[in-house]
Design a protein around this ligand. Structure first.
Ligand SMILES: [Zn+2]
Ligand SMILES: [Zn+2]
Length: 350
């Protein structure tokens, strides 16, 4: 099998040839049909996150071993099954749930493998989809795509799921008050759609890029504002019709989280999703005075991904436009993503 691997953090991806694995136990081997290139891959590639105030989270110290084949948004066709792999069929195409935990702990047993303290995620802790084949540890992580376009569906395993799970955390009340979405990249745009599918009143979107603001409006945003405008807070509050009750920050910078927090009204909730980096600059007394909730959301669980794929199948959520790139262009695709050259999502199609 051929794959494109991170061999050194920050260095160009390297093409690697290896024998195609034979699935053991409950494993399933899939031929990769589509592998989404996600923003978080940029952080993995770079080897860490900016924690603010001069601190950095190093993925090397967190047990990410190289060489690593990235790619956690994978759709593929099952080509071989281990002797204990049941419930999926050779030749059918599946979306692979990548956020795999230990399977044993209380968190995993309640179904939140994405929050397991001993993660074993595809494309992060074990080889992912920037390859012509991928090994899934168990058929339970495979969701039948049944006629849905694999390239369009691949990004749902991370970006779509992340938006869905974040939105579920503030869903109560969104049929009455608008949601503020910060960042109109892939996550922001899919969040707009899911909000509509769940019967939400609508969203005000903030993004520094005028092209992305336009895309947000085309995708049904009530208003789109520039968070760097000197009167951004006043614009946000005016478009919202008063203090904000729910906001999702898909960027996660000091600037964006500061704006979202400032806009929150009493009892408001801010969900932090983006990993841009930095440290929070808000005043601590305002958290109790506003009775604000600040919560983090990290991808989503397997049940949520199944629910989301059902929403797509029911025609309630439409996949975003995807730009298809060849597998051997994996490195260039990452560079283009870092430069913000894609509207919607980029997907490698071997
Ligand atoms: Zn991702
Ligand atoms: Zn676990």
């Amino acid at each position: 099998m051929r794959s494109y691997q991170v061999v050194d953090f920050g260095a160009p991806l390297v093409e690697a040839e290896a024998p195609t694995p034979k699935p053991q136990g409950a494993e399933a081997l899939l031929e990769v049909v589509a592998a989404g290139v996600c923003h978080s891959d940029l952080h993995i590639w770079e080897g860490g996150y900016d924690l603010g105030r001069g601190k950095r989270l190093s993925l090397k110290d967190r047990g990410i071993n190289l060489p690593l084949t990235m790619g956690h948004e994978t759709a593929g066709r099952v080509v071989a099954l281990g002797p204990d792999a049941k419930g999926v069929a050779i030749g059918r195409t599946y979306l692979v749930y990548p956020w795999i935990g230990c399977g044993q702990c209380a968190v995993c047993r309640r179904g939140d493998e994405n929050l397991c303290a001993a993660p074993n995620c595809l494309g992060i802790h074990r080889h992912g989809g920037y390859a012509d084949h991928i090994l899934a540890p168990d058929p339970k992580y495979l969701i039948d795509l049944d006629g849905l376009d694999p390239a369009a569906m691949a990004p749902f395993a991370c970006s779509g799921l992340t938006a869905f799970s974040a939105l579920k955390k503030v869903a109560a009340g969104l049929n009455e008050t608008p949601l503020v979405i910060i960042g109109a990249g892939g996550l922001g745009l899919i969040c707009l759609q899911i909000l509509k599918a769940l019967g939400g009143k609508g969203a005000i979107v903030a993004d520094i890029d005028p092209i992305k603001r336009e895309a947000a409006k085309k995708n049904g945003a009530l208003a789109a504002i520039d968070p760097r405008a000197p009167d951004a807070l006043a614009q946000l509050t005016a478009a919202n019709g008063g203090p904000v009750m729910a906001a999702i920050d898909f960027v996660g910078s000091e600037e964006t989280s500061g704006l979202a927090f400032a806009a929150l009204g009493r009892g408001g909730k801010l969900v932090m999703v983006g990993l841009f980096g930095g440290a929070a600059g808000w005043s601590l007394p305002l958290i109790p005075i506003k009775a604000a909730s600040i919560l983090g959301s990290y991808v989503g669980n397997l049940a949520e991904l199944r629910e989301l794929v059902d929403l797509v199948r029911a025609g309630k959520v439409e996949p975003l436009p995807v730009t298809r790139c060849a597998l051997h262009e994996a490195g260039q695709t990452l560079t283009d993503l870092r430069a913000g050259r894609f509207i919607g999502r980029a997907v490698l199609t071997p």
